[in-house]
Write a protein that binds this ligand. Sequence first.
Ligand code: SF4
Length: 400
Amino acid sequence: LNKKGFFLVKFMRNFGLYLHWPFCLSKCPYCDFNSYVAGALQEERWEKALLKEMKALSEMMEEEGGLSTIFFGGGTPSLMSPRLVGRLIEGAQGFWPVTESELEITLEANPQTVDLKNFEGFRRAGVNRLSLGVQSFCDEELRFLGRIHSSDQAVKAILEAQAIFSRFSIDLIYALPRQTQERWQQTLEQVMTFEPRHLSCYQLTFEPQTPFYKRFDRGELAYPPEELALDFYTQTERFLKKQGLLAYEVSNYAAPGEESRHNLIYWRGQDFVGVGPGAHGRFHVKGGGRVAQDNTRTPAAWLRAVEAGESSTLTPLSAKDTFEEWLLMGLRLREGIRMEEAFLRTGKPWDEWVNPDKLERLEQEGLVEMAPEMLKVTRAGRLVLNALVRELFFCGEYFN
Ligand code: SF4
């Protein structure tokens, strides 16, 4: 490895911790996340189990870099007590070395579950970035989405979050059935009045096993026509760019330097470890090799497994798995992927994975751009990203 190679390996070895809290107050009809409605919980039992799993995973991991981010996702992690959040942050800092001057610690919150006091508690516990699931400012749309907060509650939560957290992000959903571009524009304009420096804007999809999917299957719900869906996307990207928020990933927009460092870890193919029911990870293990980590999915089964001393399932990742996953995630980013990293990640150079003729054709079609070291997807390419990545996968399959 040359000097740059060593730098890249070191950079790639900083890792993130994802903590999954699988409970919500109610289940939204579009949601296919691993989340459940639960009554009273024994927080102490959960604390013990989460810390036990963290410790077990930290003993398996090979640490060349250090812990750089923690992300509390769910579910609705704002239903956790600030005390529990604080204990888990302390635990993580004890199990892993921290190399960054300040960890990025994000917590997802729903407007219905928070108030100023909670926010202050989370901040004191160490959370320094909040991701708020607002989804819409229109009560009718919120009701359609099955959200239990109102537009007023969303506004109140944003104002309170702003008062406590210097870094916060807002999630919105668009392309709802019968939603017009004018209506979506009003949502975008309203969200910008809060001067967010990070936004996630997701297109509504009907995921299998959800109540929305059943309605979609019966013909009661439909996607907007393809052209309108593209118009929504273009409208979002153009408007937010004018406001200084750049699409650094397909659904994520940020002012320069305000990108989610944790999510960049996923998209850049760095290591991360997942703690909690159904959490996943990708990391290097002691003794060599990189693995996919998968946890038991349901909360009760996960608790039993961890308490019985059973840890997550680890599956070795082949060079091909690693290459395909890196391509799939990395091309979501505007910055693209550094082709020479193929060797560092898989032991084989880029040219042995990808057929240059196919790549050249995609470039001629204006779907990808080849800068000297980087492969990037163009705006036109981002609109058909999945098909494009499939095409690149085929490059690899045919070529090898
Ligand atoms: S609050 Fe979030 S995680 Fe919970 S059911 Fe709704 S969309 Fe899913």
